[in-house]
Write a protein that binds this ligand. Structure first.
Ligand code: SAM
Length: 232
């Protein structure tokens, strides 16, 4: 990794990460305790290629490597949140990691597919969740896991939130419904494996591919065409 590494206390952390030597990074999201509610332990990662979209400090990227993933790509744009690359670079060095970082938005999908795609904590922050979710599914060969603001109801709802109405955070733009995400999954050849509703407004879902990658809408239907959108 580039640049001079900052010390653990100089970094603006998001993830609280146990470093394995008794130290813990002083972040805000106690993500190691949240692994279950992200359905992360349910994923088989050994020998798999993994893409972690919106990785921030990279907790799930480094954990995936530690859980035996053969290749891990961590995707995020540090300009979209605080802390820059400091936390990620610290952990990359600390864990002597081979995780590859790509500075990219979910709207700039990689032209390759991964066995497992993680898209945790992203969809409700972005202005076009349909394209974002489609890109996440399209970058997956087999499994895609999402964590989001989400309500478990049978109607496929995408609710635009009153600014600041959820957790007083104006970057929380949308509330998804499970049926909405299931429908986007269906459009992309995936079906639901498991959903866990953590709170009435938050949950995680795992999908698996059951049909080839065939986006249902041509590129002109999107403001930002998703990966492999047909041109007709
Ligand atoms: C709430 S954090 C989630 C971090 C981590 N995935 C987790 O679950 O703990 C949201 C992350 O999404 C990233 N993000 C926001 N907009 C994005 C976009 N358009 N493409 C990719 N990542 C994005 C942010 O930079 C940030 O790292």
């Amino acid at each position: 990794m580039k640049g001079t590494l900052k010390g653990i206390d100089e970094i603006q952390w998001w993830h609280i990460v146990p470093l394995g030597d008794g130290r813990v990074t002083p972040g805000r999201s106690d993500v190691s305790r949240l692994e279950d509610v992200f359905l992360y332990p349910a994923l088989n990662l050994a020998g798999k290629s993994v893409l972690d979209i919106g990785c921030w400090d990279g907790y799930f990227s480094f954990r995936s490597e530690q859980r035996g993933a053969s290749r891990v790509v961590a995707m995020d744009d540090p300009d979209l949140r605080w802390g820059g690359m400091d936390g990620f670079e610290f952990l990359h060095d600390h864990f002597k990691s081979k995780v590859e970082f790509v500075k990219r938005s979910i709207y700039q999908p990689l032209q390759e597919q991964f066995d497992v795609v993680l898209c945790y904590g992203v969809l409700y922050h972005v202005n076009d969740p349909l394209t974002a979710a489609t890109n996440a599914f399209q970058m997956s060969k087999d499994v895609a896991a999402f964590e989001s603001l989400i309500i478990d109801v049978p109607d496929p709802i995408l609710l635009l939130l009153e600014p600041g109405s959820v957790n007083n955070d104006p970057t929380n733009l949308y509330m998804l419904s499970t049926a909405w995400l299931d429908t986007v999954a269906k459009l992309n050849g995936f079906e639901r494996v498991q959903h866990l509703q953590q709170t009435p407004q938050r949950g995680a879902t795992i999908y698996r591919r059951v049909a080839p990658a065939v986006p249902q809408y041509p590129a002109f239907c999107y403001s930002l065409p998703p990966l492999n959108a047909p041109k007709h």
